[in-house]
Design a protein. Structure first.
Length: 458
């Protein structure tokens, strides 16, 4: 096992990784920006190194600075968490070149899945269903997008080839909208990812977002740990996730799970990953992308499978074989995760500031992952995700009741949060019936500006 692991992240995921390392007996190094000098991950790690100023490009995204810290402080492994450099092939390669283990897949798999038109082509060849869309490498010019849209039929979704975090995405319902929105989406992609390459996909109305957790070792063993339903989204970003998916059947899980495992196998994938699908009303499912990292919502899978995904990812990165076989994976009970954001519940505008009082809920089946403490100042520079409240119970009805009780108990004074929105969701009759799709949150939508661009992917 590793001698020392550097956590290349901040916030809730940095703490999650430090906890896993403690259980494994691996000392940790935290890195932090000047804006995070009082952050909890800095206090919790065995060593902490300031690597730059507040701007993420100068600190949490600064590859040379992180690599030199790794070498100076003698770490032999790096965990990237989610967001920041977690899906940056150059970072994974830089770690490898410095003789350090990257806890994640190989650089070429990160790059391959980060190129979405290419990932679609590979999946099509492997027999994994994908939605009709742009052929080849995608499109950069409006006239090519127009040709594709004509062939596909409206509505279509414009997506960024290098996309992530919902950026560069626009639903278009006719040719006029395409002419207006294509240049905007392309400009957004250029700003966020430095790429003008877009692609079009047939837009599926009333679909659910159902994703499968993959776990793979370096000996080509691949298993899936069941699914998560992440349909409760705002502007294509997840807000609340659950496992299992309320409409899942054993047969469909087997079928989708096999497709997800195949998706990982065809490329020779290793470590944790998530294969995302859209599930239509008629039971058809379609690959949309693969995330080559631990996801924000991994906790719901951990609760229903009793498998510690972060520990497993560290173990397999160290060369260990998977600790279990597919037939040993069992889904027990139901789990829900509520992403708590520092934002105004009505306008969704960020609400940074000092947390004057923090009381996290507890009790049987309640898990809170947070970096908050009394007196902590939530910085403006980073993702507004401040806590993840995860509940687990014997069935879906009970877990909804448990999550509601826990949310009511959660005290975060001094800043505003989206806890009221979570309570509305959990009380919604359609949500309670399990009858929802990715458009569900539109019913609670106010017309407001989206929150400021954030560094961490969700
Ligand atoms: P990103 O990587 O930017 O998060 P994804 O491809 O994962 O983008 O899509 C994010 C969300 O957008 C999905 O969860 C789903 O709600 C919606 N979406 C993506 N593709 C389609 C599609 N073809 N039809 C309908 N909704 C889609």
């Amino acid at each position: 096992m590793f001698k020392k692991l550097l956590v290349a992240n901040r916030g809730t995921i940095a703490i999650r990784i430090i906890r896993a390392c403690r259980e494994l007996g691996i000392p940790t190094i935290a890195i932090y920006s000047t804006a995070d000098k009082d952050a909890l991950h800095v206090r919790m790690a065995d060593e902490a190194v300031c690597i730059g100023p507040a701007a993420a490009e100068d600190s949490y995204l600064n590859i040379p600075s992180i690599i030199s810290t790794v070498l100076t402080y003698g770490a032999d492994a790096v965990h990237p968490g989610y967001g920041f450099l977690s899906e940056n092939g150059d970072f994974a390669e830089a770690c490898l070149k410095s003789g350090v283990n990257f806890v994640g897949p190989r650089a070429r798999h990160i790059r391959l899945m980060g190129d979405k038109p290419r990932a679609r082509r590979i999946m099509t060849r492997a027999g994994v269903p994908v939605l009709p869309g742009s052929a080849g490498n995608g499109v950069t010019e409006l006239r090519n997008a127009q040709e594709d849209a004509k062939r596909l039929g409206y509505p279509v979704l414009i997506k960024a080839a290098a996309g992530g975090g919902g950026k560069g995405m626009r639903v278009v319902r006719d040719a006029q909208e395409l002419a207006r929105l294509f240049p905007l989406a392309r400009a957004e992609s250029e700003a966020a990812f430095g790429s003008r390459t877009m692609y079009l996909e047939k837009y599926l109305e009333r679909a659910r977002h159902v994703e499968f957790q993959i776990l793979a070792d370096n000996q080509r063993n691949v298993i899936h740990l069941g699914e998560r339903d992440c349909s409760i989204q705002r502007r294509h970003q997840k807000v609340l996730e659950e496992a299992p998916c309320p409409v899942m059947t054993k047969r469909l899980r087997d079928k989708m799970g096999k497709a997800a495992v195949r998706a990982a196998e065809v490329v020779g994938y290793s470590n944790v990953g998530t294969v995302e699908f859209l599930l239509a009303d008629d039971g058809q499912f379609y690959f949309i992308e693969m995330n080559t990292r631990i996801q924000v919502e991994h906790g719901v899978t951990e609760m229903v499978t009793s498998i510690d995904l972060v520990k497993e990812s560290i173990r397999v990165a160290g060369g260990a074989a998977l600790g279990m076989k597919q037939r040993q994976v069992e889904i027990e009970g139901a789990a829900i995760e509520c992403r708590v954001y520092a934002e105004d519940p009505d306008t969704h505008l960020p609400s940074p500031g000092v947390v004057s009082n923090h009381h996290a809920p507890g009790g049987l089946g309640v898990r809170v992952e947070t970096a908050l403490y009394d007196g902590y100042r939530v910085p403006v520079q980073y993702d507004p995700l401040i806590a993840k409240l995860i509940a687990h119970a014997d069935d879906r009805g009970q877990v909804i009741a448990r999550a509601k009780a826990a949310l009511r108990e959660y005290l975060i004074d001094g800043i505003r949060t989206n806890i009221p929105l979570h309570l509305k969701i959990l009380d919604d009759p359609d949500f309670r019936k399990g009858d929802f799709a990715t458009d569900f949150l539109k019913r609670y939508e106010n017309v407001a500006e989206p929150p400021a661009a954030t560094a961490a992917a969700r």
